[in-house]
Design a protein around this ligand. Structure first.
Ligand SMILES: Cc1cc2nc3c(=O)[nH]c(=O)nc-3n(C[C@H](O)[C@H](O)[C@H](O)COP(=O)(O)OP(=O)(O)OC[C@H]3O[C@@H](n4cnc5c(N)ncnc54)[C@H](O)[C@@H]3O)c2cc1C
Length: 300
């Protein structure tokens, strides 16, 4: 890669809560950090961010702008809207290239780029995602409290999620989407009064982004106002290309968010299944503290 004129202390890939929390620590520690953000967070279609104290219900875009407004005070921070397309560790520096033509060099790299969703191929799913189809009851259970809700899954996930939803509604249904109902799950459902269907889902229906009916392959039409299902996830290609050790879709990190590669940290959704804004922010904070300590005592 070309050698640019300046060397940053830290390059942060991604501009969500993990990134901006790290940037706050780095700015306050007078470290030169650049946030490179493609601007497409997974929660963008959601109406509001929940469970982040002092910010209940703010829009995802509003959350970022409030965070960035706080960061304006610190002159060593900057942000660019761009997509990082290549990363390499050469001559003891992280080198990055963006689709928009930036050539960047930094002593440390923080991956805070979230994760990639793999949506199910169910007609009506895409337009209802984050509106009436949700993945996380902590994030959206309150908004559908006391409504008829369903969850999709089988086995251990079903035994966990269906009873969990009873925190928010007495009318919970399990849809196994073509999987057989095992004896252990049947026992849990019966004990808790949770109805179920095993026929595959073939369509989600309702006006606009609302859910009124879940249509099953056997012709059953189930009246529900919200559906909780967890789409699959995979790591971003950039993460795969670095060859980082993964557990499932997630980058393996230590207690201070260090990865297996030199001077490379990762924070937020790209490292964990506990995907919450406040958790991402906490991880960003830990990563930044670790980066600052590492750069302080490095001999370069
Ligand atoms: C629909 C939905 C609703 C949710 N609601 C809530 C909620 O109410 N409360 C809650 O606590 N959590 C909620 N979450 C989870 C929460 O959004 C995430 O846990 C959190 O945003 C993770 O932060 P992050 O910084 O790791 O990643 P993200 O917020 O996903 O940010 C990653 C950023 O990196 C950028 N990026 C990716 N690749 C590149 C690249 N190559 N170059 C440059 N930039 C790149 C992306 O465009 C994105 O802007 C929700 C999630 C979803 C999907």
């Amino acid at each position: 890669m070309m050698q640019g004129p300046e060397v940053l202390d830290v390059l942060i890939v991604g501009g969500g809560p993990a990134s901006l929390s790290a940037a706050l620590y780095l700015g306050r520690a007078r470290r030169r950090a650049l946030v490179v953000d493609a601007g497409s967070p997974r929660h963008a279609p959601s109406a509001g961010v929940h469970n982040f104290l002092t910010r209940e219900g703010v829009t995802p875009a509003g959350f970022r702008e409030l965070a960035w407004a706080d960061l304006q005070e610190f002159p060593t921070l900057s942000r660019v809207e761009a997509r990082v397309t290549a990363l390499a560790f050469e001559n003891d520096l992280w080198q990055a290239r963006t689709a928009q033509g930036h050539e960047l060099r930094a002593r440390a790299l923080l991956l805070a780029m979230g994760t990639v969703e793999i949506p199910p191929e169910i007609p009506g799913y895409a337009e209802r995602w984050a509106k009436s189809v949700h993945h996380c009851p902590f994030c959206h259970g309150w908004e559908v409290r006391d409504m008829p809700v369903a969850t999709v899954g089988h086995g251990e996930f079903a035994r966990h999620m269906a009873p969990m939803l009873q925190n928010w509604s007495d009318d919970v249904m399990l849809l196994t989407h073509g999987e057989p109902l095992d004896a252990e799950t049947r026992q849990v459902l019966e004990a808790r009064g949770i109805a179920h269907h095993t026929s595959p889902i073939v369509a989600l229906e309702g006006p606009g982004s609302a859910l009124h009916t879940i249509v099953l392959q056997d012709g059953t039409r189930v009246a529900r106002r919200a559906l909780f299902m967890k789409p699959g996830q995979r790591p971003h290609d950039l993460i795969r290309e670095l060859g980082l050790p993964l557990t499932g879709a997630f980058v393996e990190v230590d207690a201070m968010q260090r990865t297996a590669l030199p001077l490379l940290w990762a924070a937020g959704d790209c490292t964990t299944g506990f995907q919450q804004v406040i958790e991402a922010a906490a991880q960003g904070a830990r990563a930044a503290a670790s980066i600052i300590m590492t750069l302080t005592f490095s001999t370069d």
